[in-house]
Design a binder for this molecule. Structure first.
Ligand code: BJW
Ligand code: ZN
Length: 261
């Protein structure tokens, strides 16, 4: 073996030990915490085969958000917007929760059994956290499986794939829209309130699979930290929050989260 290869193997071994130590320390802290918040984004569903928005392979690399994810886009061309959501609903319906989703459900049930509180705040609309068994999820950006009337405001669950006819209409005659939050729209008030309360009381906040670039959601992790929570980031890529975090786990959440239990 050449000296260079031996050296790089040693560096690798040192990295492995460092990662191990980070996981062990976070695992210990989680075990003792009585108030835990997890903030998730599209990255947690990446290993289920659902595309993220930004970065390599992201939806916003291929589609323009202002043409598909704004109220103005829907007003201009509801059929086009619905076709895009219909396609995503088909992909999501065929997908399954991955070990990352399962680990968060397990962490919740363990924390609650010990008398603690656990709040899962997600920016995702895919419903995979529900399917993995998480409870009381705060859905900041809505749910792709609900549809809402733009006329009377009636909202209902709808699992039909494909959705026919497109665009769907309410009994009142007005158009139905996807029950998600588009750019320029306010977040649901009750969800926002639950999220800010949980963050204010958190001892630890796990930030998983989000670029933390979309506000106000991204501000929640900082708010939790300012209120005294310790922060952990789980992401294969660097994020804007890394330098504020006590623990940075650089890797896919489906591989790393089960190791935190
Ligand atoms: C892995 C992994 C693996 C990969 N394991 N990790 C300037 C102009 C215009 C607007 C604004 C502006 N400045 C601020 C704004 C406001 C705007 C905003 O923040 N824009 C920024 C982009 C600049 N925000 C809003 O408009 C929000 N509303 C608002 O502010 O209202 C104010 C208001 C008040 C009162 C009245 C009226 C208005 C609403 C934001 C709505 C966001 N909507 C979307 C679409 C939802 C529906 C749908 O799905 O179609 O939400 S956009 C999209 O981004 C989606 C996501 O939830 C959100 C966040 O993305 P996320 O989850 O972080 O994903 P990515 O792709 O960014 O990151 C994935 C990460 O995973 C990466 O880091 C990877 O490395 C990682 N990863 N594989 C773990 N295996
Ligand atoms: Zn209606």
């Amino acid at each position: 073996m050449s000296a260079e290869v031996a050296g790089s193997n040693l560096a690798l071994a040192a990295d492995v030990i460092r990662v191990d130590e980070t996981i062990r320390s976070l695992r210990r802290t989680l075990k003792e915490a009585s108030s835990v918040v997890a903030l998730t984004g599209a990255g947690i569903s990446a290993e289920s085969g659902i595309r993220t928005f930004r970065g390599a392979g992201g939806l916003w690399r291929q589609y323009r958000p202002e043409k598909l994810a704004t109220p103005e886009a829907f007003e201009r061309d509801p059929k086009l917007v619905w076709e895009w959501y219909d396609w995503r609903r088909a992909v999501i319906q065929a997908a399954k929760p991955n070990p990352g989703h399962a680990a968060l459900a397990e962490l919740e049930s363990r924390t609650v059994k010990q008398g603690g509180s656990f709040t899962l705040i997600t920016q995702n609309v895919d419903g995979l956290h529900d399917r993995a068994g998480s409870r009381g999820i705060v859905k900041l950006h809505g749910d792709i499986w609900t549809v809402r009337c733009v006329g009377c405001g009636r909202s209902e669950r709808n699992d039909q794939v494909p959705l026919l006819p497109l665009p769907p209409h309410c009994e009142c005659g007005a158009l139905m829209r996807p029950g998600v939050v588009w750019f320029g729209e306010p977040l649901p008030e009750d969800e926002w309130e639950r999220a800010t309360k949980a963050c204010a009381a958190a001892q630890i906040v796990l930030v998983i699979g989000t670029s933390a670039t979309v506000y106000p959601a991204a501000g929640l992790a900082q708010a939790a930290q300012q209120a005294g929570a310790k922060m952990a980031v789980v992401n294969p890529e660097p994020t804007a929050l890394d330098e504020m975090a006590e623990w940075v786990l650089r890797g896919p959440s489906g591989e790393l989260l089960p190791g935190l239990l």
